[in-house]
Design a protein around this ligand. Structure first.
Ligand code: ADP
Ligand code: ZN
Ligand code: ZN
Length: 742
């Protein structure tokens, strides 16, 4: 049998295939080349790729080019991480080369060597050991030598122990009494600090986690402030005692300096922070330190899920419901879901923590697939806030706030408290609503009493469209229910609210906080410092819903509830409920009791009613029943094929061609009724946000009760879709398990 003589290489190009190359001249191909990076000619360029397999040239193969160089002596990617990334490529239907381009730090993807992760330490030479006792007592060299006599010390540690150690070190080095050596990595950390004694629910949770052997998905379902982080800390400490590595994922805005400081202090080991603020070099060093088994604990945002874990012991996903875990461009992966896949492959427990678990995770917990641990009350002294629903119908509004609300804000400020005016997240397509009676435009074909399907406003406010079935109609001249003329698209920006509040409450600071004012990592902390402890107002979007302690907050006002109630996005209700619970959890964190005001045109809406009277779990059960009835996740599996183009016809044409490839049976008619699991395809339809940056956005929604069937269909059709002539004229993407339908 001929032995393998070529590399199959994954390259960062949007083509669903690997590329064959002969090895560089003089290199003999072996199986151990898999996982090494290579430089290869590609067209007129050179690219860095990864050897994913070796093989033999087929007889009819065109003449192959030689790789220019093999960049690694041992595989950069291997074992579990390489296997899991291959899984991710299959699951997201993304070429492996593009998956690797997302998963690897930039410098590694460009072909740089694994960076040095050494720290520097000082130790006495043999001569130094002999002479140390004879150095002049109390002199700097003598003090340093006596420190080093006990053990070699790394430079970070020396800096803490002795002020001018560098001068002393130079003096000793000059006499060849001491030398500088590279050591594995800095092991400097404060001694671990004890935390509060756990309450019985926390104890039980920790016990269950410590008993878990091998892969175990665990939902830690605990109200805000119930002490989930304490539970994580105990689980991580145990993991470290067993000599294993721990990975903690947090949402983008949850990774604050306070969070890191808390982990460092309590664990007494260096904690690596992995977030978007790191430069390329820092990122690669962190990756390398984990790959070499030097670093033990990482706390990071979404892409930290790609950290190598050769000695894995535990994975934690905090605020597992958070939308920032889903990457919304390029390779559309969900870090929570991938963390579970890795946990299974690594055979370690995975803890998903949240006060408002995603319906997917709750469904899995209720079905017995995850262990379900509950923490029902706040750990400290803080009391849950009181919630009050305010009927907006027919009330005069100023930038969306009613007079009663404004009076309540005034009252809270006079009492010395701070106020948060929370605007539901941006980006909902606007829904038309009657301010007099609360009527909103629903699609006659799609809407049911249980699940309204709103028409959204398009065409510069003149046209309504259903994005499920595509039905269109003009905007009615008056409210069909009450005849009133107060029909308005919902949606007031935080800027308008800020302006109005600045005018009304000119004697206190009014700070607007959203993504555009907090691009920089520490900007938010700076803003909050500006507010201090006195009365003041924060205006913001979901960025304020968690992560930061606001001990002086006594009133939370929620604006834009209705946009969440009547969004065409099937997850809007879930997101709204999560935001309301999370933002309410911000009020009254410390000693002052908190109050939450929800402004709505629909005080009787079942979602609000269930949520306020029954809490998040009652809401979740009701919502799950509706999802089941309507055939939405977690009871169905979705994939969204999006296309953008300068002209709508181009995007539509591409999606129509794609649909023909995906649905040959459906276009013939009856077949659908017989094979129930056959994926259903809706579209092409305009996306709810039908235009963005001058581009027309269209989409095709695939859904199936069988994940396997959905993926089989995509596997079969995607290579053909890539090859469509129109595929080059549009910007298209596939989103498996889309978080929303935008
Ligand atoms: P979560 O992660 O659920 O929001 P934390 O772990 O941050 O909760 O705990 C909230 C607050 O309660 C923190 O200030 C924490 O120090 C405190 N806390 C947690 N557990 C206990 C406990 N068993 N006894 C006293 N205080 C606690
Ligand atoms: Zn009306
Ligand atoms: Zn419709």
């Amino acid at each position: 049998m001929p032995s393998d003589s070529l590399f199959q290489v994954a390259l960062p190009v949007p083509l669903p295939r690997h590329f064959d190359y002969l090895p560089p001249v003089g290199h003999v191909v072996t199986p151990s080349d898999v996982g090494k990076r290579v430089r290869v000619p590609f067209g007129s360029r050179e690219l860095t790729g990864l050897v994913v397999a070796t093989g033999i040239p087929s007889a009819d193969a065109p003449e192959l080019r030689h790789a220019v160089a093999v960049l690694d002596t041992t595989a950069l990617l291997q074992g579990e991480l390489l296997d899991s990334l291959r899984w991710l490529a299959r699951y997201t239907h993304t070429p492996l080369g593009e998956v690797l381009a997302t998963a690897l730090p930039v410098t590694l993807r460009q072909g740089d060597p694994l960076p040095d992760t050494h720290a520097w330490a000082w130790r006495l030479t043999a001569q130094g050991m002999d002479e140390a006792p004879r150095l002049r007592t109390g002199s700097r060299p003598q003090r340093l030598a006596s420190l080093l006599l006990a053990s070699p010390r790394d430079e970070d540690a020396l800096a803490l122990l002795m002020q001018d150690w560098r001068t002393a070190a130079r003096a000793l080095a000059k006499r060849e009494l001491a030398e500088r050596v590279a050591v594995a990595s800095s092991t400097l950390a404060p001694d671990p600090q004890p935390g509060p004694a756990l309450n019985p629910q926390q104890e039980a949770a920790v016990a269950t986690i410590l008993e878990a052997r091998g892969f175990a998905p665990i939902l830690l379902d605990g109200v805000t402030g119930s002490g989930k982080t304490e539970v994580y800390l105990h689980a991580i400490a145990d993991c470290l005692r067993r000599g294993r590595q721990a990975l903690v994922l947090v949402p983008e805005i949850g990774l604050t300096p306070q969070t890191l400081a808390r982990f460092r202090q309590r664990l007494g080991v260096p904690v690596l922070a992995l977030h978007s603020g790191l430069n390329d070099g820092e990122r690669a060093r962190g990756w390398a330190a984990f790959a070499r088994g030097e670093a033990r604990v990482a706390v990071g945002t979404r892409s930290a899920v790609f950290t190598p874990l050769p000695e894995a012991g535990l994975i934690i996903v905090d605020e597992e419901h958070d939308g920032s875990y889903k990457q919304q461009d390029g390779m559309r992966y969900h870090a929570r879901d991938f963390a579970l896949v890795r946990g299974k492959a690594l055979d370690v427990p995975v803890i998903l923590g949240s006060a408002t678990p995603s319906l997917e995770s709750l469904h899995n917990a209720m079905g017995g697939r995850y262990r379900h641990l509950r923490l029902n009350h706040r750990a400290g002294e803080a009391q849950p806030p009181s919630v009050r629903v305010q009927d907006l119908r027919k009330r005069p509004l100023e930038a969306g706030l009613s007079r009663d609300t404004l009076a309540a804000i005034g009252g809270a400020l006079v009492a010395g408290g701070q106020v948060l005016v929370f605007k539901n997240r941006r980006g909902y397509a606007p829904v038309l609503m009657c301010h007099d009676c609360g009527w909103s435009a629903q699609c006659r074909r799609c809407g049911t009493p249980a699940r309204s399907s709103p028409m959204t406003v398009h065409g510069a406010g003149r046209r309504l469209q259903c994005h499920h079935c595509g039905a269109r109609q003009g905007v009615p001249p008056a409210c069909p229910d009450c005849g009133g003329l107060a029909l308005q698209p919902q949606g007031i920006g935080t800027e308008r609210i800020e302006e109005m509040l600045l005018e009304k409450f000119s004697d206190v600071p009014v700070l607007r906080i959203d993504r555009s004012t907090t691009q920089k990592r520490d900007a938010l902390a700076g803003h909050l410092q500006q507010l201090g402890e006195g009365p003041g107002i924060l205006v913001g979007t979901q960025i304020l819903a968690k992560g930061h302690d606001l001990p002086h907050l006594t009133l939370v006002v929620v604006v834009g509830v209705d946009e969440g109630l009547f969004s065409s996005d099937f997850r809007a209700g879930e997101k709204l409920a999560q935001q309301l619970i999370q933002v309410s959890g911000r009020a009254g964190r410390a000693h002052k009791p908190g109050e939450v005001w929800l402004q709505t045109h629909h005080p009787e809406h079942p979602l609000l009613h269930t949520l306020i009277n029954g809490g998040y779990h009652a809401f979740a059960e009701a919502e799950l029943a509706q999802r089941q009835a309507a055939g939405f996740p977690p009871f169905a599996h979705l994939a969204l094929l999006r296309a953008e183009a300068g002209h709508m016809e181009v995007a539509t044409g591409f999606l129509q061609a794609a649909k023909a490839l995906l649905a040959p049976a459906e276009s013939r008619g009856e077949a659908r009724a017989e094979a129930r699991a056959t994926p259903e395809i809706q579209g092409p339809l305009p996306a709810p946000m039908s235009r963005r940056a001058g581009m027309h956005r269209m989409q095709l929604l695939l859904s199936s009760s069988s994940r396997r069937d959905l993926h089989a269909l995509l596997d079969a059709a995607l290579p053909l879709i890539y090859a469509l002539p129109d595929a080059r004229k549009v910007r298209w993407s596939l989103d498996v398990d889309p978080l929303d339908l935008y």
